[in-house]
Design a protein around this ligand. Structure first.
Ligand SMILES: [Zn+2]
Length: 611
């Protein structure tokens, strides 16, 4: 494996007793990824892997974890800001330590019988109040809604928001709007200084635009303040409520709310020109049907000027069955947003923006999976199909795409394989995905352990251990990456598709958000899946983990947000084998002996799935 030295440390042991009356400037504790440790002759006496130097921590953090390694001859002790921290047998440590708002320093002092060494780590903690407003009424100008122009319809609710001096009276003025004056905001008791309120846009004010001004009264020492939001709110016309845009990433997932991340609908996919009924936070609100809307970032949309919506007809539905799959082809005039959801006994496909449905079907009855298809009109312009599966049908997965004006939905059959006695996995094509990619400077891609072992190394080592066992059992094993190449999630999906994978197993090690206490409860393994067709594989692997892995059982969990389990073409699972940030679990990940129980569980789970 290639070894590259990325940073050079100046290191020295510091004897505190010789500097007793004047505290010297302490060295910043370096990061020391494990491979570098082997490559360098020098060793830092204390390394800190997390938090990174000068990291900015989440607003209002009161306690965070810190982990690393003391590289003194043991036995030794460690003290972080006055808190005794136990050292694991290799000198690794993890602690959950209080922090204070502003520039904050962790001072680490390690001692053994020969030496006392110190190191520091600096972080910045954003407070619940960025500015000190305690003496007078004031607003935080970065925390005023709206920051980006808003466009909404009559009937919509505007959520007003501003931050400023706690304990005052705050009013919003939407002066151009009917009943928009002196809207009283309430202070959020859990976030002092945060004021919220709502305004419902009344009818008959189309095309009106309003500034949003916040006024504070009764501040400290009888002071007052006023701030105008940097963006405006415009009311759209209810008679012509839509503008149009083309989706420039076909199949993109939609959000429930206009947030920066999260809030994804698990099963909505956008294609084609879409109706836009609002704007907020650099996102567009997409009309789905008479009852539902969704949100999408504006950079995923190309506005269509002078677009005229013509009727979209669903004219024909036909099937085309091969050995590998049952294919449904829906012929429309143009692509539309869709929703697809798998249940144990059926697949439901909903097509939006359908003006006409001519009930022309050409369905064969040779599919080993499908027994029947039913349809219903759901909401305005929405047709839902229920594809009923035969009893005991084994739906292996599904895939869908638009090819011009045709929606193609493939329901995958169980792959055929020639069975061989003594080879329980004969004919199986298994993708082992070693999670994450190499990146040797923080922030890393994936987790890091206290001694600097990186998740991409840990997952690759595990895949290397498991591969020959699966091959001996007759499987073809495909690794998504060699040791040191980079692969995006999409690359991994494309690779598995090209290689005609039968199942996909993604190997990972876990971490936590820094404000969670790693020692608060037992931590161990988790198996994730997203769809009913992945459940059997997930459960078999999970049960084998419960049986063989001597760590806490953190569950078999359905997760419709993670990319890997959401790959719907075949059974796909993601396994968090252990917590890399915990010293004893990192140690397991680092040696073949330590990994043996993970390998055994993964192997047994896969074999049981194929039984
Ligand atoms: Zn991971």
């Amino acid at each position: 494996m290639k070894r590259t030295l990325f940073f050079v440390f100046s290191l020295f042991l510091l004897n505190i007793s010789s500097f007793s009356d004047e505290l010297p400037t302490l060295p910043v504790a370096p990061y020391l990824p494990a491979q570098l440790q082997e490559a360098t002759e020098q060793n830092a006496p204390i390394t800190v892997q997390y938090p990174y130097e000068n990291l900015t921590l989440p607003r209002g953090a009161t306690q965070i974890f810190i982990f690393g390694q003391v590289n003194l001859k043991l036995p030794a002790t460690l003290d972080i800001n006055g808190q005794d921290v136990p050292l694991y047998k290799n000198g690794a440590f993890v602690a959950f330590v209080p922090v204070e708002t502003g520039d904050f320093t962790f001072t680490l002092t390690a001692k053994n019988k020969d030496a006392t060494v110190q190191a520091v780590r600096h972080v910045k903690v954003l407070g619940t109040d960025i500015k000190d407003f305690s003496q007078e009424a004031a607003f935080d100008e970065d925390q005023v809604f709206p920051q980006h122009d808003v466009e909404l319809l009559p009937g919509d609710t505007i959520n007003l928001y501003v931050r400023g001096t706690p304990g005052a009276s705050v009013y919003a003025q939407l002066s151009s709007f009917k009943h928009g004056k002196d809207i009283l905001l309430q202070e959020d008791p859990s976030q002092p200084g945060t004021y919220r309120g709502t305004y419902v846009i009344e009818e008959d004010q189309k095309h009106k635009t309003s500034k949003v001004i916040y006024k504070m009264k009764e501040g400290p020492n009888d002071t007052k303040a006023k701030v105008t939001a940097p963006a405006k709110i415009t009311v759209r016309d209810n008679q012509t409520p839509f503008t149009y845009a083309e989706i420039n990433l076909p199949g993109v997932k939609l959000r429930k709310r206009p947030t920066a991340s999260g809030n994804l609908y698990p099963d909505y996919r956008a294609y084609g020109p879409v109706r836009i009924s609002g704007q907020m936070a650099n996102q567009s609100r997409i009309w789905i049907d008479g009852k539902q809307t969704a949100w999408l970032e504006n950079n995923r949309l190309t506005p269509l000027k002078d677009y005229e919506e013509t009727p979209n007809t669903l004219s024909f539905i036909r099937t085309d069955t091969s050995d590998e799959r049952t294919r449904f082809i829906f012929t429309l005039d143009r692509p539309v947003p869709i929703q697809i959801h798998e249940y144990k006994d059926r697949v439901e496909l909903t097509l939006h923006y359908i003006d006409e449905f001519e009930q022309n079907f050409s369905l064969d009855d040779t599919s080993p999976l499908v027994s029947n298809i039913q349809w219903t009109q759901r909401e305005e312009k929405t047709v839902a199909f229920r594809i009923l599966l035969r009893k005991k049908a084994n739906l292996w997965g599904y895939a869908y795409r638009f090819e011009e004006n045709e929606l193609i939905l493939d329901l995958m059959h169980e792959p055929t394989r020639v069975k061989q006695t003594g080879k329980p996995l004969a004919g199986a094509r298994i993708v082992l995905d070693a999670g994450h990619s190499p990146k040797r400077t923080p922030p890393y891609d994936g987790a890091v352990g206290p001694t600097g072992y990186l998740e991409y190394q840990a997952t690759y080592a595990l895949a290397q251990d498991l591969k020959p066992l699966l091959e001996q059992a007759g499987a073809t094993v495909l690794l998504t990456r060699d040791g040191e190449n980079k692969m995006s999630l999409q690359d991994r999906y494309d690779f598995a598709k090209d290689q005609q994978a039968h199942i996909f197993i993604s190997l990972h090690y876990n971490a936590l958000a820094e404000t969670q206490d790693p020692l608060a409860k037992p931590r161990g393994f988790t198996v994730y899946y997203a769809y009913p067709h992945s459940f059997d594989l997930a459960e078999k692997v999970y049960k084998a983990f419960v049986k063989h892995v001597p760590l806490a059982d953190n569950g078999l969990l359905a997760n419709t947000v993670l990319f890997i389990p959401r790959m719907s073409d075949y059974p796909s699972i993601l396994v968090e084998n252990a917590f890399l940030i915990l010293p004893e679990q990192e140690e397991l990940a680092k040696t073949q002996e330590g990994r043996a129980s993970f390998v055994k569980a993964l192997y047994e789970g896969i074999v049981n799935f194929y039984k």
